[in-house]
Design a protein around this ligand. Sequence first.
Ligand code: UT7
Length: 329
Amino acid sequence: MKAAITGIGHFLPEKRITNHDLTKMVDTTDEWIMTRTGIRERRILEKGKGASYMAAGAAQMILDEKQMDPNDLELIIVATTTPDMPVPTTAAFVQKKLKADRCWGFDLNGGCAGFLCALSTAAQFIESGKHKKVMVIGSDMMSSIIDYEDRNTCVIFGDAAGAVLLEQSMDDNAGVVDFHMRLDGEGASYLYVPAGGSRTPASHETVKEKLHFVYQDGRTVFKHAVKYMTEISRQVVERNNLNSKEIGLLIPHQANLRIIDAVARKLDLDSDQVVVNIEKYGNTTAATIPLAMSEAYRENRMAKGDWILLSAFGAGFTWGSILLRWTMD
Ligand code: UT7
């Protein structure tokens, strides 16, 4: 038995911040942002709503489109680095918003690879026969941890959510066919939020010193992202006896257009085999892959039986690749 994607949705806040808007906030230019990242604008959620608002929006899109009873959901997994609160789990707020009264759920933090961590985890509950319907969501309100006076980070990130519904498939060559995930804590000092956890709890000082914002050594993260996303994607493709021409679509984490282009080139993929929407949304962390997948699905870029390769790299360092065989019409 395999875990197949049978529904897909996303949520985008309405408010946009363009590169032009950012030039009024920090010392940057539209030209620098476009050439170095490929980003033109990003979405920002209004304060006070939190990641669960977008997560529930993405999941609700699936419930509405499938006309599904929320009580049929057995498990909700929310991948996020920006939970509504430290306690309780964001999944609790999502469960309540969806009125999914017969399920359990939890959050999972895999940084920018969070959705892949969640999808591979969820697939195990389906493949084991334990659950029949699992909602897997990636949702991040990055604007809540970005310093809009720091040009190194504020031009990159945005807010969004994406979700997929996983169900059982009796076809052993369908849905989540293979995955490979990795974690290397040596990367922890290159992409992190210094305070707000148990090691350095919030205090007047941590706020004054801006320790609740994302810090990133962009160049180091960039180099590792290209190397590891390429390596792990290639491993997954090769061990399933596929070649680059047989990949229908690569749906990569959207962190930087130059990372995506480099990985695609190294994997010998043509541009029409790669989903790119970073120009419109920037890096939405755990949401990039399900959001890009939802858009690609709505643009009819995936047909039943296509091989779809997912690949991501982020904080931890955490990275991985998932091979899917598409099952939706
Ligand atoms: O999703 C999780 C994983 N995250 C990633 O994968 C992100 C990976 N990293 C990146 O995408 C890129 O490293 C960045 C977009 C963050 C930065 O691009 P870069 O080409 O690596 O630039 P850099 O950090 O090497 O900086 C080059 C120059 C510096 O100036 P000097 O020292 O050469 O004078 C920066 O101060 O560009 C400057 N700079 C900017 N200039 C204008 C940095 N940010 C900006 C900016 N506008 N927003």
